[in-house]
Design a protein around this ligand. Structure first.
Ligand code: SME
Length: 154
């Protein structure tokens, strides 16, 4: 059986190839979400994009994803996604019930990771992945997913 590292390393050529063949960021996000979702069998895999011109109205808006229906808008500092955005860092949540303010889009979700997508140093989106099992994500996922989303911005 492949280790997590081996699985991430194995999909890296596909990530590079998907990103080199398309310059529309939504299309890139859509295929990247599908690739991760089906390779790893996650419960929910997708993006929230930073949207809005007025800084006071800026919020995360649902982007391309795979999985059950999800909430469409998340405020700065709200939930795991808004926390990763506000604190400018990857957030790993081994047990969503122990994360204050976690937004439960699906009651099936047990653990989660949110990774910022940066363009020229600014966060433009976050990658959110949910698992139906506790403790699915750790520093290895954080490291690989940060590397993978690094291919997204043009
Ligand atoms: N759980 C997330 C909300 C998004 S859904 O998981 C798809 C959060 O707390 O930000």
């Amino acid at each position: 059986m492949q280790t997590k590292e081996e699985k991430y390393a194995a999909i890296l050529p596909a990530v590079r190839s998907l990103m080199s063949g398309e310059d529309d960021v939504i299309a890139r996000m859509a295929n990247l979400a599908a690739l991760l979702h089906y390779e790893f069998g996650f419960w929910w895999t997708g993006f929230y994009r930073v949207c809005g011109k007025d800084s006071e109205k800026t919020e995360l808006v649902l982007g391309p994803f795979q999985g059950p229906l999800a909430c469409t808008r998340i405020g700065f500092g709200k939930g795991v996604c808004g926390t990763a955005w506000a604190e400018n860092r990857t957030v790993v949540v081994p047990d969503v019930e122990k994360f204050p303010g976690h937004i439960a889009c699906s009651s099936e979700s047990r653990s989660e990771i949110v990774v910022p997508v940066r363009q020229c140093g600014r966060i433009t989106a976050v990658l959110d992945i949910d698992s139906r099992e506790l403790g699915t994500f750790d520093a290895t996922d954080a490291e690989w997913l940060e590397k993978i989303v690094g291919y997204l911005p043009l």
